[in-house]
Structures are given as C-alpha cells and as structure tokens.
Design a protein. Structure first.
Length: 219
C-alpha cells in the first residue's frame, strides 16, 4: 500500500461489500490531480489554501472538541457508512473491508492519521460527530475521506476537521494535501487541479521526508 501511494496510486473498491462479493479493488492515478497546496510554490502557484472567516468563527467557537488519532477506527468506519446526500450524487462508499483493514494496519504502524470532532451530550459525555483520515507519505498528506453526523449536532464537523488538518499539516511541514479529486466541499479551501506529472514531481521530492505526527495545538 505504501509503495503504491509513493507512485501516486490509491485504491477504491466497488462498494462497501465489494470484498464479500469478490469484486476487485481498482487503483487510480487521476490526471489532473486535485491538491490543497500548503507550499504553493512547489506546484507553480502564488496562492495556497485558505479558510473563510465564517468557517474560522465556527472553528474557534468551541462548538466542537477536536482531537487527533483518538478514534481512528471509528472515523474510518464513519467514512465507510452509506451517505444519504453527497456531492458526487452517489450514496455508495468506496471503502470495503480490505481497504478498512489495510488502513487500520497503517495507523498502527504510524502512517495513517485521523482528526476527530466531538460534541458534548446532555450527560456530559463526548460523542463523535465527524472526522477526516488520511495517509502521510513523506511530505505529502493523502486525505482519504471525511464524514459528519448533522443529526447528532455535527453540522460543519467535517469542515472543521479539515481546517484543523490543514493547520496541523502546515505546522508539521507537509508540502501538499492530496485530495485526489475536486468537489464543491473542497473548492472553498482553495483546492486546485495540477497535472499528474507535477504531482509526481512533488511526491518524488518529498516522499522520503521524515515528519513526526504529534498532538494538535490550540487554534
């Protein structure tokens, strides 16, 4: 899996039950490639990622308690749930048991990470209402998927997690966040499409960087 990501490839299954149905996992290297440029000069840009003032107010409001790597398995399970409404128009997920289990092993090995958003319930317990997870490949963070539970108070939870991910990756020294594809959810953050060759050039430059993941700093 790590070797594939180091060549710019990533897997997608044909639905949540693809493994049980004996369906193959497909590997993709889209051209162009969508990225959030933390260091825009590496991809020939003058402007990098940005966050709206409205969303920053939500981030700083204290509505969510945000953590990292506290509930990786729960986050990936949340991302694997069918979606009632998605920007792609499909409710199906591309995360099957093979991909899920592979990422659990990558997390145990210190390569895959999650950002979690929690809300306090009436009894004072924290409940997970959103999250994002991905894979660190040297100086590239490959963002895989995110989810939120609006019906449990998680409106904007995935966006808040993405803001924390962008800020955290910037502090740690990552160069880009690979989002693979563009969707309306990401456009507000300054996602851009670059030629696959440009993405691979950046990946080649930074794939061997040693970046130590650590806990979030206050925002």
């Amino acid at each position: 899996m790590m070797d594939a990501y180091r060549t710019g490839a990533f897997p997608m299954a044909e639905g949540r039950n693809a493994a049980q149905l004996g369906l193959p996992i497909h590997w993709y290297r889209p051209d162009p490639r969508a990225v959030l440029p933390i260091r825009p000069e590496l991809v020939g840009l003058d402007r990098g990622v940005h966050v709206s003032r409205r969303l920053m107010r939500t981030v700083r409001s204290g509505r969510f308690h945000v953590t990292t790597d506290r509930a990786f398995e729960r986050v990936i399970h949340g991302c694997a749930l069918p979606r009632r409404e998605t920007e792609s128009g499909s409710s199906e997920t591309w995360i099957d048991d093979r991909i899920l289990n592979a990422f659990l092993l990558l997390h145990e090995a210190g390569h895959a990470h999650s950002i979690e958003a929690w809300r306090e319930s009436d009894n004072g317990e924290l409940r997970l209402v959103g999250g994002v997870y991905g894979l660190a490949v040297g100086g590239v963070f490959c963002g895989e998927s995110m989810f939120s539970l609006p019906e449990q108070g998680g409106t904007d939870a995935s966006k808040v997690c993405l803001v924390h991910l962008i800020t955290h990756c910037t502090r740690l020294g990552f160069s880009i966040i690979d989002t693979q594809f563009v969707n309306p959810h990401l456009e507000q953050f300054g996602v851009v499409e670059i030629p696959l060759d440009s993405y691979l050039e950046v990946l080649e430059q930074v794939k061997d960087e040693q970046i130590s993941w650590r806990d979030l700093e206050p925002m």
